[in-house]
Write a new protein. Sequence first.
Length: 433
Amino acid sequence: MSGQSPGSPRSADAASRDRHPLLSRRHLLDPLAVARAAKAPASGPRIVFFSGGSALGGLSRALTRYTHNSVHLITPFDSGGSSAGLRSAFDMPAVGDLRSRLLALADDERGHLRRPLQRRLPKSASAVSLRRRLDALADGQDPLLAEIPESERRRLCAHLERLARALPAKFDLRGASIGNLVLAGSYLEHGSIADAVADLGSLLKVRGRVLASCDANLHLIARLADGSEVVGQHRITGKQHVPLQSRIESLSLATLGSKEGSKEGSDGGPDATPRHVVADAAPAALSEIRRADLVCYPMGSFYSSVLCNVLLRGVGGAILDAPCPKVYVPSTGRDPELVDTDVAEAACLLVRALSRDRDDAKPGALLDAVLLNDNAEVYETPPDLRPLDALGIEHIPTELVTPNSHPDIDSDRLAQVLVSLAARERDTEENAP
């Protein structure tokens, strides 16, 4: 696809916008702001991320060096892997991505907890031996828990014991994530994914805040350009299943039930009957958006990690209410979900989804700028930036991919850029007359 390079001049409309003049600067990195944040990360800026999967693991760890106030809104829609069985057994949201982000943000001194929570049960063991292993974990007798102080071990074991009591006899524990089992047990105890995440977050002393975007057992449905529908996040990402061959035309949320006489279908299997729903975002998530210093739509699987977050009712309105800058950082390389779609088109799709909440929404109030690497060769398709110009959305080239990270975005570099933007916005507000 032909078009302007990331360094091309912006349109007059985009250039004239001064709502957030800091975004017009070509040199986004502010060494003074970065040094100040690194010296006092507990007072660092509040950066809100819409994300889901593992793409932000490195960035999350890097951010903890500069701010302990980042907020991560995680979609609980994963329908594959270790989360799928738990969702089917307990009619609960997915916990795998929440667990992953909690561990990425955990305090460095919590390694004795992080290590066992990162482990998985063996894939080749028998059902009987895996049950015994779970019982040993719940009793605190498993060697994996040996390093954990007694008071903390009791809390983990209580969650595992609660899970073990409720787990169906035929539940397949092969390859189960221990961290997922702990979160599921906590969910059963508290009856709320928000409380379960907060409980584990307090144990890990996470340097930031992790929130489920909603507290509901929902699944993703993608309608493709060829007229077919794909049910379940694990079938959309192109990681566990064959990548999509047709462009995604729309994404929606649904509950899944089993057809009469068929197998359980809540894992998004072929026997599941989808029922499209409109779901509300968690109130805590909306509150965090409104008081952010910076909102970031980050790299990652575009539909199943980022855009699905903004499908929730209330998100677009909260973003309009937030006076801070909003930036999109597209993934480099190939995103299997973005068939025949370049990064500028993806930004336009994001704005369209965010506009659902309010008819009066202006694109620039939902997305100020797209941050692009200064060398466009790292993107699968050279982006045609004219659609962004037409909407008055800035496209700003800066160094995001370094020689050490190529072809991926450098996590520490991006963390410094985002902290610089958020710190400037905070300084602007504090110095306003």
